[in-house]
Ligand binder design. Structure first.
Ligand SMILES: [Zn+2]
Length: 492
């Protein structure tokens, strides 16, 4: 459930200017001594280990330090600490500062600039060293990856059916410009827009094009409507089946936006690889208890090995907009610059909350917001927790122009929400490391601590296999072998 925005702002050049530190070079080699390694391929944590990083990669892991380790440029004493692979959030949208529309960014260019500059640092602050932007584009992802201090970003090409969600948010003449990999469905009976060749908007053609542009995955959508809209066209099943086939021919997983029983049934029927969003609508929303047909559907999703991203923060983030103390949380101040928080407190900054509230106005009890979808979503995640479904970690940050879905922090809130809903810490750890890496074909580079992989690592005071609280104890973030003290990444 995310709103794409037409943006004329060149977001990342401002960030690049802020962080290009001339002459700063990462250490050539680092010896991390006496550390406990926690990595998903290991049956148990390995205490008292010695790890050598060199040239941005993990070079050696041993019970005793090698001569090369002892000669390293830098030494980190890891005694009493845990070393884990950097977290992977496989569902973000990096184009925008949450809550700022183009009109706000134009009216407050400083806020937009300050907000953007903090985005990469906030992901790192909360331990995310790799991200997947699910509706990305070569230009801004390229600019992001040119920054010196930022998580690595990969992207999916967004292939919605034209005139359906999210294409329908934009004026007809802009739909293909904003979503160039849109699929043309002649069955809609719509007129072909000027300058568009339907032969260039087939599943096969758009997948080839996005692959050539640098995408590693395909994202499509099944969304008949929300927020009072129920009239969006959805893609026909055969079109999505072709998209899945075309994606697989190029070695790319196909993700589908699907947050209802109907949509997730469609995902199963069309062979999509990864379901994006938990199920917060059933065919019968009057029921408070999960219907047996829903449980069966989730069992089928599990047994077919389909990846599942519950994205609980989509629903919680909307609720948190109504919760004034959210803005006072010290964690929010680490993620978001003070100037921007001050703006979120203004009436103008609360525009999206007011839009969600609609003519009914603000609720008396903010905790009642989204109570019914939260109930359905929690039962969905409880069912996933009880099954061997292929859980994948993705926060959908931001899912809409929601300041409560702040970059980086929202990932931590998603980890906590999943833990609260019954996912055990070891499973959560896998979902946010190796399982995400495998799902996106990145496991040769990241996802575990093994020689040869990228040195994207976290040093923590607590064991992430024991409690989700361990993610509060990150002390150092290691980015391609470069050691960053966590505190230097805070927005404060
Ligand atoms: Zn999204």
């Amino acid at each position: 459930m995310h709103t794409l925005r037409l943006l004329g702002v060149n977001l990342l050049s401002a960030v690049a200017a802020a962080f290009a530190v001339p002459g700063s070079v990462s250490a050539q080699s680092v010896w991390i001594r006496d550390v406990t390694i926690v990595s998903p391929q290991l049956a148990a944590p390995m205490p008292d280990m010695h790890v050598l990083l060199n040239d941005g990669r993990i070079r050696e892991i041993g019970a005793a330090p090698s001569a090369a380790a002892q000669a390293a440029d830098d030494i980190i004493d890891g005694a009493g600490q845990f070393l884990m692979p950097g977290l992977i959030d496989s569902h973000v949208h990096l184009r925008n500062v949450p809550g700022l529309l183009d009109s706000h960014a134009k009216a407050h260019p400083d806020l937009d600039r300050i907000g953007r500059a903090q985005i990469p640092r906030s992901y790192l602050y909360y331990g995310f060293t790799s991200l997947v932007d699910l509706v990305g584009a070569a230009d801004y992802v390229g600019e992001w990856n040119d920054l010196e201090i930022r998580p690595d970003v990969h992207w999916c090409g967004g292939a919605p059916v034209a005139n359906g969600y999210p294409s329908a948010f934009f004026p007809p003449e802009l739909r293909f410009r904003i979503l160039p990999y849109s699929l043309w469905d002649a069955g809609q009976g719509a007129e072909v827009p000027e300058g568009i060749d339907p032969a260039a908007q087939t599943p096969e053609a758009v997948v080839k094009r996005m692959k050539a542009d640098g995408a590693i995955c395909v994202k499509t959508f099944y969304e008949p409507g929300f927020g009072g809209r129920r009239d969006w066209p959805t893609p026909p099943a055969d079109l999505v089946r072709r998209l899945v086939e075309a994606g697989h021919a190029e070695g790319m997983p196909v993700l589908i936006h699907a947050n209802s029983q109907e949509a997730q049934g469609f995902a199963l029927e069309t062979g999509a690889d990864i379901i994006v969003h938990g199920m917060w609508h059933w065919n019968d929303n009057e029921r408070a208890e999960q219907p047996p047909q829903v449980a069966e559907l989730l069992d089928d999703i599990a047994s077919r090995g389909i990846g599942y991203q519950p994205t609980m923060q989509v629903i919680y983030g909307e609720r948190d907009l109504f919760d004034e103390p959210f803005l006072d949380d010290p964690e929010f101040a680490d993620a978001v610059p003070a100037e921007l928080i001050a703006w979120y407190r203004t009436d103008e900054g609360k525009w999206f909350r007011d839009r969600l509230a609609g003519p009914r106005g603000l609720p008396d009890d903010p905790s009642s917001v989204n109570a019914a979808p939260i109930n359905r979503l929690k039962q969905t995640v409880a069912k996933i927790a009880d099954s061997d479904a292929r859980l994948l970690f993705g926060s959908d940050t931001p899912s809409a122009p929601i300041y409560a879905n702040s970059h980086g922090l929202n990932g931590l809130l998603e980890l906590r929400a999943l833990a609260d809903a019954g996912i055990n810490p070891a499973r959560l750890f896998r979902a946010a490391t190796i399982d995400n890496a495998r799902a996106f074909g990145l496991d040769r580079e990241i996802g575990t601590i093994e020689p040869g992989k990228a040195a994207n690592l976290l040093l923590l005071g607590e064991n992430p296999l024991e409690s989700v609280k361990a993610y509060d104890s990150i002390e150092k973030v290691i980015l391609h072998g470069r050691i960053l003290d966590r505190a230097t990444l805070s927005a404060r």
